[in-house]
Design a protein around this ligand. Sequence first.
Ligand SMILES: N[C@@H](CCC(=O)N[C@@H](CS)C(=O)NCC(=O)O)C(=O)O
Length: 189
Amino acid sequence: MKVLGSLPSPFARRIRLYLDGVEHEFAELNVLGPEGRREMKRISPVMKVPVLVDGDTTIMDSRQIYNYLTEKLGREKLDWDGQNTLTLIDGANDSFVILLLLKRSEVEDAEKRVIGKLQRERIELTMDALEQMCAEGKFDQWDYRSISLFCMLDWIEFRELYRVEDKPALHAFWQRNKTRPGVELTDPR
Ligand SMILES: N[C@@H](CCC(=O)N[C@@H](CS)C(=O)NCC(=O)O)C(=O)O
């Protein structure tokens, strides 16, 4: 199996961490560079990473890759509550990606414009919900949900998009999982 992704991508990193201990290759792409974009075009018209290639099968999107891997590896699937939690994490993470792209596009006062305001609003609500769930112990187990949450928190801190310390339970969760061996190995810094 081959995972195509960029080193910093939180969506690619969650798949790499989910595959910890499972033999696979990680093919690193620079998603904004010309070579990386050429390679992405070849593999997926969606032009996003991660993409999983397993023999003749190509799977796009981290959620679908996760579903594919649970089946292939015979692991337990998330129930609907777990899937909703993933949707909260994905919603926040997608909005953070848009904020980063606005920053890189040098859009003036991006967060005062409709596109920026909508992202910030979603981020506030989803981060509040995740903080509460974390305080209730819903991320105590290191499973795909926790992996996905960790990858987002670590990335938004790395990209300076959010002050994780403003959310005590999320901050404690991030700190306590930082030193896991697989986590350290995939650190984009
Ligand atoms: N829904 C997708 C989101 C993936 C995503 O946003 N990937 C970003 C990197 S973090 C990407 O490939 N961006 C390239 C682009 O938008 O052109 C997933 O879960 O895999």
